[in-house]
Structures are given as structure tokens and as C-alpha cells.
Design a binder for this molecule. Structure first.
Ligand SMILES: N[C@@H](Cc1c[nH]c[nH+]1)C(=O)O
Length: 373
């Protein structure tokens, strides 16, 4: 099958699920995509100045512009639940030489339906069905749940600044490790002096220049200063106790078959007497059961990783990626997840609605079908 034939097959699966076709704006003001992309995607955004000098971005995915349309619809007084489907172009700098900068995502977004295990499993099953309908047998499925780490942090009863620092760090690759390392030693004197300067961002810029350290990861000086300030506050609040460190290290390492995830996390919580994480673990267990009931093949392919899921920071619950034979782990053929806070965030809290969705990548599936690596 050609690329366009796969697009049509996937699209038919989603349209049969009751989605309204949509093709939102291609070009967006850069601020919101920059804020909502994890570091990995942020570095791959296609940003350019428009005729007035304002930073614009080619849409890096469809979730964001579709959610913006939905937020506007709700602000105009419409409150009904709604499903959208699309077969539309998105733009990102390629992760691998065989990927294209411009590619088609065929996907589905659902707003305003009851959130829970069944809704997550139903969405995942649809995406999985679309992959199979395209003639691709997934070689692996990685699942995460962005509610688990914060639930453990809350259960640990850490000081507020430390808890916030860790939750933010979790959103960055290697962030928790860095906080754990950093919390054990005081801030360097020069760094402390930067934070005490009248213009900390300016002082940081000078320090980096003096030490020939380039700005990496797409974070601004102001954001780095904010992180350092939070780190200092956390150190002043007493750092991290040895038992708390042990829990977080063990939590980061949970990587097991989906069916075993809730059991592994419960055992960890019990070993450290953390009762507060129970509700989040139960929700994960219920979702795992619902997913495995709807997609029996996932018993063999699906794994759960606590640390998984930082491509976009709009996700706040279930997240997944579907992998296929011959492609790199950085090249999933399908991705998706839950983002219940996105509509409220885009609408400045004037309206809110649950959200969940996913996409398939026909360009990559064509290569899998050809057996090309
Ligand atoms: N927009 C996400 C996939 C997704 C759709 N809906 C929710 N998640 C991506 O490009 O990876």
C-alpha cells in the first residue's frame, strides 16, 4: 500500500469512531508550542519570524491547534462532548536522517467525555486498530502515567518547594537525577551570586559566556534562573532525606510488563509506607486491565515505565507510544495520551474539558511494511 492508501485506511478507522474531520491552522504563534513542548520536541520546532518580527511556528502536532479550536468553541458557549479526526501535515526537525521534516499524522482527539480507565483503553484500542489495519504488527508498546510520579511526591510529604522542584524536574529528561544529585550539595558560590544579582538572567548569561558553556535544551536564561532559585529554596528547606531519595530512585527504575505495573508500584509504596499513592496506583491498575481486555496482543508487547512521557508537557495522565519492527525507539508509529488540563490552560481557566487522543504515522508505517530499517 502507498502512503496515501495507509492514510485513507487509518482515517476510515477514526471516522467510523464518530469523529468530525478538522484541519486547523498550520502556523501558530510560537509562545504556546514552545511552552508546551518538552525539551526533546522544543529543540525540533520549526520557528520563524513573521513580517512583524513575531516568532511563529509551523504546527509541530495537531493536538495543540485542535485544542485551541475546541477551547474557542467552548468559550463561545458550546459545552457538548466532541470527537475530531484529522489526516493532516505536521512539521518537526527530523529525529533520524530517514524521517521527513513535513509528515502526515492521522489522528483523533476527544474532548469533554468522562475520563477514566475505559475511556483511555478505548482510545488506545482505536489507535492500535488503526496501526493493525495498516498492516503493521506492533513490536512494542510503551505506556506511562504522568499522575504516578506526582502522587508519590505528594505521599512523601516533602516541603512544598522541594515537591514542586521535583515535579517540574520530572518533566525533563534526566531532571530528577539532576535534582537528586544537586540536592546533596550546596549551590556553587558563583551560582548563588548570580541569583543574588539585580538582574539574575543577565548575570547568568555572563557567567555562561565566561565559562564558554552554550545554552542547550531550548531553555531560556529566565527559566534556568527559576530552576536554580527553586533548587536553592529546596536545599534551604532541608534537601532530601535518605528514605525519600531511595523511593525516588526506585520509582524511576520501574520498567515492567504492563500487567505487573500496579503490583510493582504498590509493593514500592508499601515498602516505604506511602499510603497516599494508593488512588493513583489503583487508577493505573484499572487502566491496565481495561487495555489488556480490549487489546489482548498488548499482553505480549506493552510495558509500563514510570519515567516515560515527556514529549509534550500538556499530557497529565495516560501516555503511550507504539513501536514497530525495523524503526528506532525514537520513531514510534503511533503516540497519544490524556491531557485533561489543556483546554482550561488555553482558555485561562474560563472553560475546561477533559481531553484524550492519539495519532498514527503513515510515513513510518510505509517503511515498516517494506521491511526497511
Ligand atoms: N500530538 C501527539 C499525539 C497525540 C494526539 N493526541 C494526544 N496525543 C504527538 O504528536 O505525538
Amino acid at each position: 500500500m502507498t502512503h496515501d492508501a495507509l492514510v485513507a485506511v487509518a482515517r476510515a478507522v477514526f471516522e467510523a469512531a464518530g469523529g468530525t474531520p478538522i484541519d486547523p491552522d498550520y502556523v501558530l504563534p510560537a509562545d504556546i508550542p514552545l511552552e508546551l513542548s518538552g525539551e526533546a520536541v522544543r529543540a525540533r520546532l520549526c520557528v520563524f519570524p513573521d513580517h512583524r518580527g513575531a516568532d511563529m511556528v509551523m504546527r509541530p502536532d495537531l493536538t495543540l491547534p485542535v485544542a485551541q479550536r475546541e477551547a474557542a468553541r467552548r468559550e463561545a458557549g458550546e459545552a457538548s462532548a466532541k470527537t475530531y479526526t484529522y489526516a493532516a501535515r505536521a512539521f518537526r526537525q527530523p529525529v533520524a536522517p530517514d524521517d521527513q521534516l513535513e509528515f502526515t499524522q492521522v489522528g483523533l482527539e476527544r474532548f469533554g467525555y468522562e475520563a477514566g480507565a475505559e475511556a483511555d483503553a478505548e482510545l488506545f484500542a482505536l489507535i492500535h486498530r488503526a496501526v493493525e489495519a495498516c498492516g503493521v504488527q506492533p513490536s512494542g508498546v510503551i505506556m506511562g502515567d504522568l499522575a504516578i510520579f506526582p502522587a508519590f511526591i505528594d505521599a512523601l510529604g516533602l516541603p512544598g518547594v522541594t515537591a514542586d522542584l521535583l515535579k517540574r524536574a520530572f518533566r525533563q529528561e534526566g531532571g530528577v537525577r539532576a535534582v537528586l544529585d544537586a540536592a546533596a550539595r550546596p549551590l556553587e558560590q558563583e551560582v548563588a551570586a548570580v541569583l543574588d544579582a539585580a538582574d539574575p538572567a543577565g548575570a547568568l548569561g555572563e557567567l555562561l559566556l565566561a565559562r564558554s558553556i552554550p545554552l542547550a535544551g531550548g531553555r531560556s536564561l529566565a527559566e534556568i534562573v527559576e530552576g536554580l532559585q527553586a533548587r536553592r529554596a529546596a536545599i534551604e528547606a532541608g534537601g532530601l532525606s535518605q528514605p525519600a531519595r531511595a523511593v525516588l530512585m526506585a520509582l524511576r527504575e520501574v520498567d515492567c510488563p504492563l500487567a505487573e505495573a500496579a503490583g510493582a508500584l504498590s509493593a514500592l509504596a508499601e515498602a516505604h509506607e506511602l499510603r497516599g499513592a494508593g488512588a493513583a496506583i489503583e487508577a493505573l491498575g484499572a487502566r491496565a486491565d481495561a487495555v489488556l481486555a480490549r487489546v489482548p496482543a498488548a499482553v505480549r508487547t506493552a510495558r509500563f515505565r514510570t519515567g516515560f512521557g515527556r514529549r509534550f508537557t500538556y499530557y497529565d495522565g495516560f501516555v503511550f507510544e507504539v513501536l514497530a519492527p525495523g524503526l528506532e525507539p525514537t520513531q514510534p508509529v503511533a503516540t497519544g495520551g490524556r491531557y485533561d488540563g489543556l483546554i482550561a490552560g488555553l482558555a485561562n481557566r474560563r472553560v475546561s474539558a477533559t481531553g484524550v487522543g492519539g495519532v498514527v504515522r503513515p510515513d513510518r508505517m510505509v517503511r515498516v511494511r517494506k521491511g526497511v530499517s
